[in-house]
Design a protein around this ligand. Sequence first.
Ligand code: PEP
Ligand code: MN
Length: 344
Amino acid sequence: MMIIMRPGAPREEVDAVIKAVEDNKLSAHPIFGVQQTIVGAVGEGHYVAKEVFEALPGVLEVQRISKPYKLASRQFQEYDSIFDFDGFSVGGTEIPIIAGPCSVEGRSQILEIAHAVKEAGANALRGGVFKPRTSPYAFQGLGEEGLEYMAEAREQTGLPLVVEVMAVSQINMMERYVDVFQVGARNMQNFNLLRALGESRTPVLFKRGMSATIEEMLMASEYILAGGNHRVILCERGIRTFETATRNTTDINAVPVLKKLTHLPVVIDPSHATGDSDFVEAVAKAGVAAGADGVIVEVHQDPPRAVSDGKQSLTPEAFARMVKKVKAVAEAVDRKLVPQHVAV
Ligand code: PEP
Ligand code: MN
């Protein structure tokens, strides 16, 4: 439920409410607004009457959240969440572009592509070092060695790093390198991993499972939020349908539906959604037109030789063309791309 404090309620009253929430075996999630503070109270299903909190000093009203997901819902927080990174934000007017290869393949590969995507307008660098491959015999990623190369790429370009985490045991080590954890489609309902990421304070780019409903996605994101990690960015990356012409089917509806249901930022991944570089630009534009807050896209200097997802990877030149088109679409819907990152 949401415990709405009177405008200007002093900190001691808010603290007393937080304590009452915890005394009732619920967890407290305060949002300190300019005018007003709201304390979210969520817990494991046992019933606590609203009246317990309504009577406390400084409480204006108490509302139950009817959606099964709580902290993710617009009922809990009406305004859009905006998360700030070094040089850009996501969830506000600006639309950041995250680009890079599917996999980090080596030092010179990642350094070269990092400079190329930055030059073309990327605001953050993606690159997998633990790869969730369909076959156990396919390239599994460079692990920590790959993160060393990613860190060097950040040092040279200033681009923050977005890297997929696949296991609880990788979190502490990866946190020394990454700016944003990615949770991949295959791990969207790996609840142990999600709970552990809830304990972290590193933001999470949270991809939709390939057969997950929007509600299942939001419920799963709640595991991270409930742990106190509030910086979750949702990602539509295509779902499985009967259609075989493309790798997945972009659920473009998911973008406005998510924007209605949740205050969390929503980004589009046209690379995995289509599986084909010929369609990536069209779906990137469609996503932004539909209201996406960002784009994550795979770019490789030599797509036919990429160790993973070459077919859907753009060349740096095609990526640069895509950025120009996405910029025009963003402006048509009263948004803008992030001004270019200044090299450090
Ligand atoms: C990826 O980003 O390379 C990836 C494996 O994505 P997804 O989890 O969406 O398939
Ligand atoms: Mn990939």
